[in-house]
Design a protein around this ligand. Structure first.
Ligand code: AHG
Ligand code: MN
Ligand code: MN
Ligand code: MN
Length: 338
């Protein structure tokens, strides 16, 4: 990936994208506001125990998960930051049962924002990287007060997607449909600076990210695929594989965007009503757009994730994403089994 010679701020990058006709003024403002909210979340995350932000909130969310204090804080920061700018018609979040239209007291814009305010929140108390994932859709023509149904658009209709990783450094990864670019937070200046232009995912890999403890709950072709990875060069795949699992999707996907790999959270039968753990609208769709924009692939084991027409806001989906050839191989195991 080519290094950037001159420091270019996120603001300048977005203005140049607007001049190139890739983003509207409202979309530019929207992304700036999300980035500003991520800076606030980054500060809260960075304070850790000193900020009193660790531990459980004592509440549950619509996903059936116990909320961490930082799940709630990050959600509130994103809601507040995005309420009054005039660029959005409504928001939806992993942490809220229903979407929210922008309050009547503010002007409404033409976009819908969806987010996973804090991804990997089980890692927060052990000081491991967490992040924020977001997705932007257009509000359907003529709709002034969007409801849940208006958010149910296929991932290929996203106009922008990104995530922020709160790790050793805070980085923002963004696509507006013209490649994937990485910005690093300059903590002294308080601004995101472009540090990697046009990230690309290598086509092939020898690294996989899967929570293997669920193996007994998987479908037969998924079990077979992993058995073949583990046999290594003596088996049908003809090479040895290495495994990594951070259990923060943002951090696992970030590794794959940086050096390749395949990330899989497959269908499992642990929770019969739910096909897998990850959420289509807040996790799978934005990450799939980023991975495809970087030359990788993303499927649900059978079809392209971005082509799925959602029927529920909090819908779950199996996720296979990363290096193209490896995603195709895992997908082939499923299709050949059907
Ligand atoms: P969230 O913290 O937003 O609920 O998401 C957690 C997700 C994802 O980040 C990660 O890949 C996965 O859960 C880890 O699941 P396991 O604990 O089952 O490995
Ligand atoms: Mn959660
Ligand atoms: Mn998540
Ligand atoms: Mn979350």
């Amino acid at each position: 990936m080519p290094p950037v010679d001159q420091p270019i701020s996120l603001t300048r990058y977005l203005i140049e994208e607007q001049r190139a006709g890739h983003v509207s003024a409202d979309l530019r403002l929207l992304i700036e506001v999300v980035a500003r909210a991520c800076k606030t979340i980054s500060v809260a995350v960075g304070k850790g125990a000193l900020g009193g932000v660790l531990g459980d909130a004592g509440t549950g969310n619509v996903q059936g998960e116990a909320q961490k204090k930082l799940d709630v804080i990050a959600n509130d920061v994103l809601l507040e930051a995005n309420a009054w700018g005039g660029h959005l018609a409504g928001l939806a979040s992993e942490e809220m049962e229903h979407s929210q239209p922008i309050p009547d007291v503010y002007p409404r814009g033409n976009y819908l924002l969806l987010f996973d305010p804090l991804d990997g929140s089980s890692n927060i108390d052990v000081n491991v990287s967490v992040g924020t994932i977001f997705s932007v859709l257009r509000c359907p023509e003529g709709v002034t007060t969007p409801e849940d149904a208006h958010f149910l658009q296929a991932g290929c209709d996203q106009v922008a997607a990104g995530y922020c990783v709160y790790g050793p450094s805070t980085t923002l990864i963004l696509t507006v449909g013209h490649g994937v670019h990485q910005f690093t937070l300059d903590r002294e200046q308080g601004s995101f600076v472009l540090t990697t232009r046009s990230m690309t995912v290598p086509e092939e890999t020898k690294e996989f990210a899967i929570n293997m403890s669920n193996k007994r709950h998987w479908e037969a072709p998924m079990q077979q695929y992993v058995d073949d990875l583990l046999i290594g060069r003596e088996g049908p795949r003809g090479k040895d594989f290495n495994m990594r699992w951070i259990a923060s999707m943002v951090a696992d996907v970030h590794r794959i965007l940086t050096r390749g790999g395949v990330f899989i959270y497959p269908w499992d039968k642990k929770d019969p009503g739910k096909p897998g753990k990850l959420r289509l609208m807040y996790e799978a769709n934005p990450m799939s757009l980023l991975i495809e924009q970087a030359g990788g692939a993303a499927t649900n084991g059978r079809m392209r994730i971005l082509d799925i027409t959602p029927d529920q806001l909090h819908q779950r989906v199996p996720v296979f994403l990363g290096s193209k050839k490896e995603v195709e191989a895992a997908t082939r195991y499923h299709l050949e089994h059907d």
